[in-house]
Design a protein around this ligand. Structure first.
Ligand SMILES: [Zn+2]
Ligand SMILES: [Zn+2]
Length: 462
């Protein structure tokens, strides 16, 4: 059952199959959603469920921190346990991006965003909203910035591992991506995400520096605590690292490894949701799935129906899996890593490539996390280079206006079929145009008018 590709003879047949299969899959997901809601009518109270998950997650994080600080649980247990409610908050953030909760109460959404931003210590949720909506519209294309910033399309080597397992590893590839995704303004992106990034860097790097110094002092027979102020200052850093930074590092790493292994990239037509994802639900990836709410098995469902909360998606994904695989959707295609996320499979090499993919997951778990310090040095080196470049650019003003004019000329508008076609040379026939309409409607289903404008304005302004 792993590969039930439909026998296709030419591009038109393939597109026709993609359309009919996509519609059937969409329908099956919606039917499954409706029957679940009929059976459990409390599922209609989405706002209330969101509030319960939000408050419950914050309480659980506080509880695990308290248990650790009171010496009831070890640091490892605190990290593993805290990563679980953090993954729920990440899912809530994502659903709020799609306006699934408190649609009429923006201030509640914004308040939740503030808390989630602080607790996750990652990118700004408001900025992520812009990138994520574009991800749905451009998934698998060279200008799919959100997914490329987390390693989509990279060869499976040390750089991909760094991008995947460092929460801000996107810095290593952002220059290349901004050349393809014209709506990305690197300075704006860095400034909007800087507040929490700087806090995260400060805590983790102080933690690492202290521990390195501790061993050097110990080896030289000195006591590190003779350094002025370290008694009062370091315990705060240590506790923040254990209770917030490391659980986030684990959660984000697991999510990214899963996400950049489920999306296809580079050789798929624009807006063909049929080719955008695979189902990754092998037992082999269970440790990663645990900290990202079963992302590998369910994200494909989200690409088809974005108007579904994450907790329902989990059950829907199970009920439609067989039907999806029968329609030709790939399942546990581990060769995707060797192929740098390309869709096209070389059948002769597939078994070898699948084995490599499995080894990749093992390497991420056993080497990727322990080698974090190397990825952090790479990121630090890159951000220092960026800062120097910005300073030298500021000193030699003049080019910026020309660059902005060039970007405006490109006019990377995303909300019309016409413009999305222009952004992609591979779009050549009417079938894909119809898919464009379908996907645009899916993506912007629950997004309010002003947020759609935010998407297109931001794209044009960049
Ligand atoms: Zn996606
Ligand atoms: Zn989404």
């Amino acid at each position: 059952m792993e590969k039930q590709e439909m026998p296709v003879t030419n591009m038109n047949d393939r597109n026709a199959h993609a359309i009919s299969a996509s519609r059937s899959i969409c329908r099956a997901i919606k039917q499954s959603d409706a029957s679940l809601r009929q059976k459990y009518s409390f599922l209609y109270h989405q706002d209330l469920i969101c509030a319960i998950i939000f408050i419950g997650s914050l309480l659980l994080i506080s509880l695990f921190s308290y248990l650790y600080l009171s010496n009831y649980i070890s640091a490892i247990s605190a990290i593993l346990l805290t990563a679980l409610p953090l993954s729920l908050l990440h899912e809530l953030e994502h659903d709020i991006i799609h306006n699934l909760y408190f649609k009429q109460y923006r201030w509640i959404q914004n308040m939740m965003f503030v808390f989630i931003w602080l607790v996750k210590l990652h990118g700004s949720p408001w900025y992520r909203r812009q990138l994520h909506l574009k991800h749905h519209l451009l998934s698998g294309q060279t200008n799919d910035a959100e997914e490329r910033l987390i390693g989509l399309g990279l060869a499976p080597d040390y750089k991909r591992m760094a991008v995947s397992l460092h929460p801000f590893g996107g810095l290593l590839v952002s220059d290349d991506i901004s050349k393809d995704a014209k709506y990305i303004d690197l300075v704006t992106m860095k400034l909007k995400n800087a507040p929490t990034a700087l806090i995260f860097f400060f805590i983790t790097r102080t933690f690492i520096t202290y521990n390195i110094l501790f061993f050097i002092y110990y080896w030289l027979n000195y006591d590190i605590h003779t350094i002025y102020g370290i008694h009062t200052f370091y315990p705060i850093i240590h506790n923040l690292a254990i209770c917030l930074c490391f659980p986030n590092l684990l959660r984000q790493g697991c999510l990214v490894v899963m996400s950049n292994s489920t999306h296809y990239y580079g050789d798929i037509p624009l807006n063909t949701v049929y080719y955008q994802n695979q189902i990754l639900d092998s037992w082999f990836v269970f440790p990663f799935q645990l900290f990202c709410f079963n992302f590998g098995a369910t994200h494909i469902v989200h690409h088809y129906v974005v108007s579904q909360p994450f907790y329902i998606r989990h059950f829907t994904a199970r009920s439609v899996k067989d039907m999806m695989v029968k329609s030709g959707i790939r399942s546990n295609d581990f060769g995707i890593l060797w192929r740098s996320n390309r869709y096209t499979i070389d059948l002769k090499e597939d078994e070898k490539q699948k084995l490599y993919g499995k080894c990749w997951f093992g390497a991420c778990l056993l080497l990727g996390f322990p080698l974090y310090i190397i990825w952090d040095i790479m990121v630090m080196h890159k951000s220092n280079k960026n800062i120097l470049r910005v300073i030298s650019k500021r000193l030699s003003k003049g080019n910026s206006n020309t660059i902005k004019q060039l970007d405006n000329d490109i006019g990377n508008e995303l909300t019309t079929n016409k413009k999305t076609d222009e952004n992609n040379d591979t779009v050549t026939n009417g079938c894909v145009n119809r898919l464009n309409t379908l996907v645009n409607n899916i993506t912007l289903f629950d997004v309010s008018a002003d947020q759609v404008e935010q998407v297109s304005d931001a794209a044009v302004e960049a």
